[in-house]
Ligand binder design. Sequence first.
Ligand SMILES: [Zn+2]
Ligand SMILES: [Zn+2]
Length: 349
Amino acid sequence: MKAITFQGIRSVALSNVPDPKIISESDAIIKVELAAICGSDMHVYHGRETGIDPGTIMGHEFTGTVIEIGQAVKNFSVNDRVLSPFTINCGECYFCQIGLTARCVHSHLYGWIENGKGLHGVHTEYVRVPMADGTLVRLPDDISWEQAALLADIASTGYFGADMANIKETNTCIIIGCGPVGIMAVKTVKYFGAKTIFAIDSIPFRLDFAQRNGAIPVNSSTENIKEIIREATSGVGADCIIEAVGSSSSMKSSFELLRPGGILASVGVQAFGQLPFSPPDMYDKNIILKTGRCSSRYYSEKLMPLIQNGDLNVTDVITHTFGLAKGVEAYRFFDEEKDRCLKVLLKPG
Ligand SMILES: [Zn+2]
Ligand SMILES: [Zn+2]
C-alpha cells in the first residue's frame, strides 16, 4: 500500500509499505476513508519533536471502515464505519474508566515509532488498530467521514479546552491561536454561552474565520491586546483563556491577560522547556493552570450528538483535500500555509 513516511527534517515521502496484519487478537484493520494533517504533524516534520524512526508512517487523524477483526474483538464487525481517536486505549484501566483515555496505561500515539517501538501513522490506506474494542468509536449513519475525521482530534481538542476552561455565561474568554483547534474552541465556547469571546492570532484570514464564528478578533501583530482586554473587562482581566498554540510567548500572554483566580486551559502541544511565569507568579495571581493531551476517545462521543443535532458545525474549517498520492505536496502546502489553508484532508484512492 501507499503511505506518507517520515524521512528526516522537512522530508516526507510517498512510499510503498507492507499492508498491516492482525498481530494481536484485539486488533482491527481499518480501511482509511479520510485522514487529516494536523498542526502537531508539523512538530515532527520540522524536527521540533525528535526521535521518530525514518520510515514511520505519518499522521494520527483518521476515520474509516473495519475490514478485518481479531478473534477477541467483540464490539465491532467488518464493514462498520468507525473513527479512531489519535491515541489508542484499552477501555479497561483506571484512566479509561474515568474518561482520561489519553492517559490509558496502554496508550500509544499513532505515527510515532521510536527505536522500532510504537505505532505507525494513518496517512496511508490501511491501519492496524490495537485494542480495537477500547479505542474505536462507531459512527452513526448521519455522521460524515469529514465530521468523523475532525472528531478524531481537533474538534475534540477544542471542546476539551472549553471544558477545562469551565465556561460560564458571565465569562470573558480569550482563545489564543486561531488554527483549527482554536477555531473549534471558539465554536464550543460560543455554544457554552460565554458572554464575550476574544480570538487572538496574527494571520488575518484566521481572525476573519474566528469572527464569523462569534469571536471579537484581535491581531497580535498590529493591535495592543493588553489594552483591549483591560478596557473590555474594566481592568479585571479575562476569566479564562484557551491557549491553542503551545509556545512560550503565547503562555506568557495568557498569564498576563488572565484575571486573578482565572483559568488558563492550554491545549497547544507544549514544545518548549520552561514556563514563562514562576510558581510565585502563579501563587500571587491565584491562577488555575490546566493542560494536557485531549482524551479524544472520551470527548468524541460527547461531541457527536452536538454535531448530529446541528449545534456545532465543524466541517467549515476544512479548506483543502488532497489525494494520498499528492500527500508530500499536501505537507508542503500545509507547512507554508498556502492559499488560506486551515485544515487539510488526505483521501486515499
Ligand atoms: Zn492532530
Ligand atoms: Zn486504558
